[in-house]
Design a protein around this ligand. Structure first.
Ligand code: IMP
Ligand code: MG
Length: 174
């Protein structure tokens, strides 16, 4: 069986949209410093591109999480594989994710980060699959709402492959 990737959102479309979001964030955070929290690994490509498009001062931190085994998955509990280096207290925190799917990971993560006392906490995702939502999660900035298809590229992987594609695509098997 061979794999092909069909383009869903071209490099130009993604870049243009990231620039728009960057402009919006720059306006919304005027006079402040925005502390970007990247959820590894998927959010890393998006965060780097987005950070370059933000004109207010930016600081960065990274964390990595993984879902617990399937029997606890419905609880939405996630395990921290790598925690942030810096405290969030009194910072204007913007979490940057690749995709919101069921919403389980993000709803848990946002609650956990809120407990660390940031002065504000918002969520920015490149992609959103609203049809798949199981747990309600408030998204402040969305790149694209997409249909319920498994996508790769721009940080998103299929079996750890395709993260480096500069566009968003759908893996097709034939
Ligand atoms: P959620 O907790 O179901 O919202 O899970 C979100 C995570 O699942 C994302 O951060 C991705 O790592 C992964 N994921 C969800 N949908 C896709 C997809 O279409 N392609 C690649 N990874 C995905
Ligand atoms: Mg992710």
């Amino acid at each position: 069986m061979s794999e092909r990737v069909r383009i869903m959102l071209s490099e130009e479309e993604v870049d243009k949209r990231i620039k728009e979001i960057g402009d919006q964030i720059s306006k919304d955070y005027e006079g402040k410093q925005v502390h970007l929290v990247c959820v590894l690994k998927g959010g890393s490509f998006f965060m780097c591109e987005l950070a370059k498009r933000i004109s207010v001062p930016v600081s960065l931190d990274f964390m990595s999480v993984s879902s617990y085994g399937s029997e606890t998955k419905s609880s939405g509990i996630v395990r921290i594989v790598k925690d942030l280096d810096e405290p969030l207290k009194d910072k204007d925190v913007l979490v940057v994710e690749d995709i919101v799917d069921s919403g389980r990971t993000l709803s848990y993560l946002m609650e956990m980060l809120r407990d660390r006392g940031p002065s504000s906490l918002r969520l920015c995702t490149l992609l959103d699959k609203p049809e798949r939502r199981v747990v309600d999660v408030h998204v402040d900035y969305t790149g694209f709402q997409i249909p319920d298809e498994f996508v790769v590229g721009y940080g998103l992987d299929y079996d750890q492959k395709y993260r480096n594609l500069p566009y968003i695509g759908v893996v097709e098997l034939d």
